[in-house]
Structures are given as C-alpha cells and as structure tokens.
Design a protein around this ligand. Sequence first.
Ligand code: GLU
Length: 304
Amino acid sequence: MHYRGRFAPSPTGPLHAGSLVAALASWLDARAHGGTWLVRIEDVDTPRCVPGADQLILHQLAQCGLHPDEPPTWQSQRDSTYAQALETLQNQGWAYPCGCTRKAIDAWWEAQGVAHSRHMERPYPGTCRPEQGIAPQRTVSAWRLHVGRVQADLGLDTLTAWTDRRLGPQSQTVAQAVGDFVLRRADSLWAYQLAVVVDDGAQGITHVVRGQDLTDNTARQIVLQRALNLPTPVFLHTPLVLGPNGEKLSKQNGAAALDLDDPLATLNRAANSLGLSAQPAPLEHALQRWISEWLTLYRPHHSD
Ligand code: GLU
C-alpha cells in the first residue's frame, strides 16, 4: 500500500493556529511514512467561502515549507462526480428526497416531548423515508442517506466502530446519533460528508489526519464509504488548539490570522500542540527533526 494523505481546508478564511496544526500533522504523517501529501480545497459550501482565501492558504502552506506532492484540487470543480455518486446511491434505493425544514424537524421532536437543547443536535427522525408512505407533496429539497437500509442491505452492524490512532477505539450508532444524514442540501449544494468521502476515495487517500472537531463525522463517513464501495482510511484526529477563552479556535470566533513573518516560530507553536519538541532554525531542519520524532508519538497505523 502506498500512503496517500491530505490536508483539506475549507477556504472560509486564511489558515489559523488550529488549521495549521492539522496541516502540519498531515504533512508530517505523510513524510514519516514516505508517502504522498495532497492539498484539497473544500469549497463546496460556497456561501461560506471567502474569495481569495484558497490562494492565501496555499501561500501560507508554502511559507511554512509544506508543499503538496501533486497539484491542489478544488471540490467546486467536481460537481459531476458528486452527482454520479448520488445517482449510484439513488439507484440502490439508499438515498431519498426530503422536504423537511429544520423547523419541521424541531417540531417533530417537540411533539415527542423532547425539548430543544442548544448543545444537542437532534437526529433526523426519518419523516420523509419512502416506507413512511407519505406522498412527496412537498418539493424535493435535500437528499438523505437511508442509513438503516444501507446497513441492512450490506449486513453491517448498526454500531459503527473504528479506531483512532490517537483517541483509541470509537463507535457510534449513526441512525440513532444523527439519523439519515444529508448528501445534497436543500440549496442544492453538496454536503461535506458526500464530497469528502467521494474525494478521499477518488484520490486514493489511505490516511486521514485532521482536527479532533471532525471526529464525530467519521462514523457517518465510514457508512457512506461502505455504501459507495470505497475503502476506509486510517484516521488520526489531532488535538484542538483552544483560544484564550477555552473555546475551540475557529474562523467563526475570530481566530487571529497567522503571523508568518516568522514561520518557524508559528510552526513551533503548532508543533508544541502536537507534543513535538521545540526546534531552532533553519525551518527545513526543524521540519526534518519533527518528521523523525513523529512516529514515536503517533504509531504508524493500527491494523484492523
Ligand atoms: N474541510 C474540512 C474543514 O476545513 C476538513 C475536512 C476533513 O479533513 O475531512 O474543516
């Protein structure tokens, strides 16, 4: 197996301290394995994308000495590939149209006596599933994956279990935790889950290294990989960088743009969150030393 990894930023703004950790970690892991490292611009959620942020991110990566081994790719150019994947799922009877608004889903749960909580995303209750026998009188909005049917048809356990290289054994009953999730959104944009799974498959990604905030998506992605007959990569979710208020750093809460006047100082901070030792200049030597240190901290991979 030839190792292929990727860094997959959404161009909603420049890199920040948190996304640099994921970038550095995925680059180090690829280098430590003698593998190939790709950069994929995840610009499917167009309303959230900031014009020019993609080029800025690529420039920032280059300033840090993190150069992809193949030309970067843009998800916005892969519409027909995602459409094909959705069609495959539709033909299997594994995707169905859904006209429910967020409000309708909330109302359904309230009718069951489940109060709304700001911290809990309530699973989709399956209102539009074909077997509910509801005539599709509403205009088709979103397309959802019929999780239960995929699992039953493929003889999969309803509990999706996997092992993270840093976090250890993980599991989720997707149907219960999130329900039938969206593949194509009501605004006809591709959902992150579909685009990421199709692209990881198409690009032959063997190892996914990304921020811990994405851990919860993994079980959904594994179910979708099974449905599309794609292999499941090995996962490593990196520690989150917290802001001064203890909250996860994100572009949304105004994470400061990276200071790349001194890329080594900035990389040293990212390396420190990964448990790597502080390194003096020059940048190239620091990166080399982190490559040798990397696999002593994060074991190569776990054998399933
Ligand atoms: N595009 C996602 C983000 O920036 C990352 C996707 C992934 O690594 O799977 O949060």
